[in-house]
Design a protein around this ligand. Structure first.
Ligand code: TMP
Length: 202
């Protein structure tokens, strides 16, 4: 059986990822493909418990990074790889690029720590395509203000989100073939048209 495709969605909190995730999921399912929609941190029963800790409990930056990777190791082994092997597609609301952006960019953890965790737990496993929804920290903040109560990350200040955004863009520059930057300040219609093109190419 043809192995499935793995797509991750990234962006600072407030970039509008979730809206676009629903649209993409609809498009993929319309093609009759089995699709697993999942998220990080989370995606497994254990991962969802770790998510609750990560989003609510105060902790050291290294603890945060380690818990993100504990949840990810479980997610990849128990959900993502089995789905891809049986030919399903996987759409994940965030994956490893988020650790690079939030823990290395936002929390200023040295990237060599993340690299060693990545080579240990992922051994080079990456999404086939990553869509990075990019908006300024100001636009993202205005959108977050209209959303639900802020979690531990969403309570961070603008300079944290500026660092997260810069780290995402830096990552996208270093892997242009995998990471597609989508200007998330555009209208929903024009973003959908761009997503249609990207998905056709995939
Ligand atoms: P969400 O609000 O997009 O569901 O993501 C939950 C939060 O977790 C979000 O603020 C970003 C953060 N996060 C990290 O800091 N590192 C990671 O590796 C992941 C996957 C998420």
């Amino acid at each position: 059986m043809k192995p499935g495709k793995f797509i991750s969605l990234e962006g600072v909190d407030g970039a509008g990822k979730s809206t676009h995730l629903d649209y993409l999921a609809g498009k993929i399912r319309a093609r009759g493909v089995e699709l697993v929609v999942t998220r990080e941190p989370g995606g497994t029963p254990l991962g969802e418990k770790l998510r609750a800790l990560l989003l609510n409990d105060p902790m050291q930056p290294d603890t945060e990074l380690l818990l993100m990777y504990a949840a990810r190791a479980e997610h990849v082994a128990a959900v993502i790889k089995p789905a891809l092997t049986r030919g399903a597609w996987v759409l994940s609301d965030r994956f490893a690029d988020a650790s690079y952006a939030y823990q290395c960019g936002g929390r200023s953890i040295d990237a060599t720590r993340l690299e060693s965790l990545e080579s240990w737990t992922l051994s080079g496993f990456k999404p086939d395509l990553t869509l990075l929804f990019d908006v300024s920290a100001e636009v993202a903040e205005a959108r977050r203000a209209q959303a639900r109560a802020a979690d531990r990350f969403e309570k961070e200040q603008a300079d944290f989100f500026n660092r997260v955004r810069e780290a995402y863009l830096h990552r996208a520059k270093s892997e242009p073939g995998r990471i597609r930057v989508v200007d998330a300040s555009h209208s929903i219609e024009s973003i959908r048209a761009e997503l249609d093109q990207i998905m056709e190419a995939l």
